[in-house]
Design a protein around this ligand. Structure first.
Ligand code: VGL
Length: 180
């Protein structure tokens, strides 16, 4: 079985948000279209307490209950069967959806007979990268859907390095039009 994993398509990572990916809005229609091809759709959200060690490194973002923590208003959430909440304890960064505290994602995917994970969302250099690497290391055939991902710093060395690192870990890059 294949699963679509939507990473952190939250207001704070979209234009106007605290930690915006400039093209964060562009990927939303791509993800909505892609979701129609999947029986299993999951989504992660950063869900930080107001005081978090994470904010020593980053501007305050995705605080529980805030507008910034909500999904982008145009994201079709109707097919999302499970939300993965991460960064929740005030100490962890929670970059990877596999670090979610409310659900053990690896076990969840195994229980649903998933062997292929297609990753979309925000942001390419951080949460998408860490989620994709964990997915691959956990034994799932892992795809990153290139036109359904956006970076905080597009065309930066960090973005390029993220792609190099993911590929080194066995992650496969694919275009949304190539997904069956
Ligand atoms: C993220 C930076 C800090 C992300 C989260 O979702 O990619 N980036 N926290």
């Amino acid at each position: 079985m294949k699963a679509l994993l939507i990473v952190d398509v939250q207001n704070d990572f979209c234009p106007g948000g605290a930690l915006e990916a400039p093209k964060g809005g562009h990927i939303v229609p791509v993800i909505n279209k892609l979701a129609k091809k999947f029986d299993i759709v999951l989504a992660s959200r950063d869900d930080h307490p107001p005081q978090s060690d994470h904010f020593k490194k980053w501007p305050v973002h995705c605080v529980t209950g805030s507008e910034g923590a909500k999904f982008h208003k145009d994201l079709d959430t109707s097919k999302i069967e499970k939300e993965l909440l991460k960064g929740t304890d005030g100490k962890d960064d929670g970059y990877s959806a596999f670090e979610a505290k409310n659900t053990n994602l690896k076990e969840y995917l195994q229980s649903r007979d998933v062997d292929e994970v297609y990753i979309t969302g925000l942001t390419a250099e951080f949460c998408v990268k860490e989620t994709a690497i964990d997915s691959s290391r956990n034994g799932f055939r892992t795809y990153v859907v290139d036109d359904a991902v956006a970076a905080v710093q597009p065309d930066s060395d960090e973005e390029r390095d993220a792609y190099i690192e993911m590929k080194k870990e066995g992650v496969i890059m694919i275009k949304s039009s190539e997904v069956k």
